[in-house]
Design a protein around this ligand. Structure first.
Ligand code: XMP
Length: 316
């Protein structure tokens, strides 16, 4: 197999984007994660007039992690002196997802609202190309029919033109590890390399059952707890999930009905298969204690020991 050379990869993609864009305006879909930051760096390097030609945009779906939008805005300001465009589109996502419990439907609705909004954004900035950070496992899983990732369009038989979009995906042949190698070459700060992977549909797929502001807030707090407790480099993805069940528990000597949170922590080489992380007992006890104390209304915490397959990494 040919040795992967991140520097060569970057110059190849910069060249490809430059000849594809031919001076047209580019919108970069930013999420706060490493894939989209690498995309922004590639677009920045491909352009002569960065300020006029490249627009980084984050959609605040209300389904992102604590502080993710704000800290990404600050990063763009500090590192590039650029104002990251932010669209607050929480209402349209929450109203479209209201009452939906099937995970496939959630994903389809998320995709539809996301790309309709991106089409609108493209028109409003007079941009012609959308750059996004789809990576290889998303494409492979979609092609194999394992799961249609919301951000995979062509390979899922969806024409981006239906949304008025022309899409450029510089990372679609890269595994996550290779994206990290590229990020290092581009001097993206190590804190982004250490971020837990977070799927595009965000908390929409970290909740089974209905998506409401109240339920999202619970999983947002639980996610901040789990992520702050996970420091081992062996852990490739770790997160909590809010389950649909409501079960009896005890609060102040009274029987109450409360929520169940499952913790999923996996080790993987390629995200196509995974095994459960053998978490040290004191650590899972600490995480459990914190969730029970800090997340309102949770009465039960479970640890998921399912490999992939048969379990997916995400629950929904
Ligand atoms: P699954 O759940 O398919 O997860 O075993 C494999 C990896 O992909 C991430 N994932 C997604 N990422 N859009 C994304 O950007 C999606 O629709 C999506 N679904 C799953 C998941 O977090 C894991 O890293």
């Amino acid at each position: 197999m040919e040795r992967f050379e991140p520097k060569k990869f970057v110059s190849k993609k910069v060249q490809a984007l430059r000849s594809y864009a031919k001076g047209r305006k580019i919108l970069v879909a930013v999420s706060g994660g490493i894939d989209s930051l690498v995309c922004f760096e590639i677009a920045r390097n491909a352009s002569i007039k960065v300020q006029e030609q490249i627009i980084p945009l984050i959609l605040d779906t209300g389904l992102l992690r604590q502080n993710e939008v704000k800290s990404t805005e600050e990063y763009f300001r500090k590192k590039y002196g650029i104002e990251l465009q932010k669209w607050d589109v929480q209402d349209r996502f929450f109203s479209s997802l209201k009452g939906i419990i099937s995970s496939e439907e959630k994903r389809n609705i998320f995709r539809d609202v996301f790309y309709r909004t991106m089409g609108q954004a493209l028109r409003s900035y007079s941009a012609e190309i959308l750059v996004q950070g789809t990576i290889l496992p998303d494409i492979i899983e979609t092609q194999r029919g394992i799961r249609i990732h919301f951000n995979v369009l062509n390979e899922a038989g969806i024409n981006p033109q239906n949304y008025g979009l022309t899409i450029f995906e510089p990372l679609k042949e890269l595994t996550k590890n290779r994206v990290k190698m590229v990020a290092k070459t581009l001097s993206i700060p190590p804190k982004f390399l250490r971020l837990q992977p977070f799927p595009g549909p965000g908390f929409a797929i970290r909740i089974t059952g209905e998506i409401t502001h109240e339920r999202v807030e619970k999983i947002r707090i639980a996610t901040a707890i789990v992520e702050s407790e996970l420091s081992s480099p062996k852990i490739y993805q770790g997160f909590p999930v809010l389950l649909v069940d409501r079960v009896p528990g005890i609060h102040n000597d009274t029987v109450v009905t409360g929520d169940v949170i499952a913790i999923r922590i996996i080790e993987t080489k390629d995200y196509l298969s995974a095994r459960p992380y053998r978490i040290p007992w004191p650590k899972i006890e600490k995480i459990t204690k914190r969730i029970l104390n800090e997340v309102p209304g949770v009465v039960r915490v479970l640890y998921d020991v399912t490999p992939k397959p048969p379990g997916m990494i995400e629950f929904a």
